[in-house]
Design a protein around this ligand. Structure first.
Ligand code: FAD
Length: 488
């Protein structure tokens, strides 16, 4: 727990918030406040009713950029810690309110799609627009955003931009950083900044990247403009194969991508992870998946290249309808969240992930090092019901690894986090950094990888730290996220 630096009491903060925006926009309900004190990093404790950190003073819903500016100015002046929030699907502690009397600033009521511009191929949405709603609107014009994270039904544009999110179709469309044309954000002193929506410019450094990925630690994102592409599902080609091991699968993906082909989906499941996704196939081989999207001539030639590269490794092809069905069921809406909650309560069983990235030459070593260390050094390895990984986002220079670990909780719910989640996450981060990779590929640093932020960035940490000092000099934005808590 971190002490509040505010000159106001909890009661005074609440009263002044009501004066600023009115009672309809200020939630003081104790159950909602408790739930808002954590995110999915502590999902097991939360379903068991355990909240071990400070409960926020209030959740304030902004309905306009002017509201956000007013609330940020108030928080900055009185040194009230602010945790920005939109879809609340965060997984790394970014929403955890570790400071007493925090205000959760919720943007989910800012949920208007402002423009679908079919000439310039871009869509502008307020921060609280769910990605699924924006995608539906784009599709009604025969277009797509190309963004398809598994949390698409729930995650909203502000959070998706703030975390540098990425979707399953990333090899073709890129991550959110490749999609954002321009944005609007509010800084702690109330300054509202808009960047221009133009295709490219060389007018100094690209300042969009101060905002994209800031995780609510520098500013509050109020509006985002993203690119649109033509949606042509009739041309989609599905491919799936059984391959002998991760090394073979990674080398196939590398060959396809570095030869200049861009299937939208390139995914490789390790043996155990494959079994979780395709139980009927057994657990002895890895599953390699490609999905090609776009104009017919391009999907046809990309699929032909995949078939040619794979045939050289003599791997067994899976039914294309199986892959199509798998893709249809990949996303997580409220139904899966509720089912997961029931499983945690009934079976004391759950799963987590830690995602990292590395160059082609290092990725195999990272996979082996993590597997080896967890199996040989982690004292509760026998409680693991699954330990695996998949590569799901590939680039010219390398790929990501999404480690997956499920376990049976054999302790009090309060101890789950320190016995399982934190040490397993730490092994993955440490081995990745040790082998030259990046400790976080797309979920953000949150509050549970801050220990390694300086090591991750090395000499470039100077620039990151300066951003915090320049834009949040009073240290009111999401304390403990990205940056370790600073003792004043
Ligand atoms: C089932 C599931 C599947 C997932 N799959 C993926 C995936 O495929 N790809 C992926 O990238 N991620 C995935 N995630 C992680 C998560 O969905 C993403 O990080 C998403 O971008 C968060 O969006 P959100 O609107 O829910 O943000 P929130 O959870 O509300 O917030 C996330 C972070 O951003 C900050 N933030 C939120 N709104 C703003 C704002 N307006 N301005 C500034 N900061 C803000 C918060 O303070 C927090 O640090 C998944 C999560 C779940 C639960």
């Amino acid at each position: 727990m971190t002490k509040s630096l505010s000159d106001l009491t909890r009661e005074e903060i609440r009263q002044q918030l009501v004066e600023l925006v009115g009672t309809d926009q200020v939630c003081l309900d104790e159950d909602e406040l408790r739930a808002a004190s954590v995110d999915r990093f502590k999902k097991y404790m939360a379903v068991n009713g355990i909240y071990d950190g400070p409960v926020p003073a209030a959740i304030v819903s902004a309905t306009s950029t002017a509201d956000v500016a007013r609330l940020m100015r108030f928080a900055n002046e009185h040194r009230v810690n602010v945790v920005p929030r939109t879809g609340a699907t965060a997984t790394e502690g970014g929403l955890e309110t570790i400071v007493e009397d925090t205000v959760v600033l919720d943007g989910s009521r800012m949920n208007r799609i402002l423009q679908i511009d079919t000439t310039n191929m871009m869509a502008t949405a307020q921060c609280g627009v769910r990605l699924a709603a924006l995608e539906d609107a784009a599709r009604s014009h025969g277009l797509t955003t190309g963004h398809s994270p598994q949390s698409k039904p729930l995650a909203q544009m502000g959070g998706l931009t703030a975390t540098r999110s990425i979707g399953q179709l990333s090899t073709l469309y890129g991550g959110i950083e490749d999609m954002v044309v321009g944005l609007e954000a509010v800084f702690p002193d109330g300054t509202i900044c808009r960047t221009k929506n133009i295709p490219r410019r060389a007018a100094g450094p690209d300042i969009r990247h101060i905002v994209i990925g800031n995780e609510g630690a520098l500013c509050f994102i109020t509006e985002v403009t993203v690119k649109l592409y033509r949606y042509m599902p009739e041309n989609t080609e599905y491919r799936g194969f059984l391959v002998d091991d991760m090394d073979v699968g990674i080398s196939i993906i590398r060959e396809v991508v570095t030869r200049g082909f861009r299937p939208a989906v390139c995914r490789l499941y390790s043996e155990e992870d494959a079994y979780q996704n395709f139980p009927a196939l057994g657990r002895s081989r890895c599953v390699l998946i490609f999905i090609c999207e776009g104009p017919k001539a391009i999907t046809a030639v990309t699929a032909a290249e995949i078939d040619m590269v794979v045939s050289r490794h003599a791997n067994q092809e899976l039914g294309r309808s199986l892959i199509k069905e798998w893709f249809k069921n990949l996303n997580w809406g409220l139904d899966k969240i509720l089912a997961e909650r029931q499983t945690m309560l009934d079976e004391h069983w759950l799963g987590y992930t830690t995602e990292v990235s590395a160059n082609w030459s290092d990725v195999g070593d990272i996979y082996k090092a993590v597997m080896h260390r967890i199996r040989t050094e982690y004292p509760y390895a026998s409680d693991l019901t699954l330990l695996g990984a998949h590569s799901s986002h590939s680039y010219q220079t390398g790929t990501n690894l999404y480690f997956v670990y499920n376990y049976q909780v054999n302790c009090e719910p309060r101890e789950e986090i320190t016995k399982y989640h934190i040490p397993l996450n730490a092994i993955i981060v440490e081995e990745t950094l040790e082998h030259g990779g990046s400790m976080v590929h797309h979920h953000g640093i949150g509050k549970y990888r801050t220990e390694w932020t300086e090591r991750e960035h090395g000499s470039a940490y100077y620039m990151l730290r300066k951003l915090k000092e320049a834009f949040d000099p009073r240290d009111v934005m999401n304390k403990g996220t990205i940056f370790k808590v600073r003792e004043d």
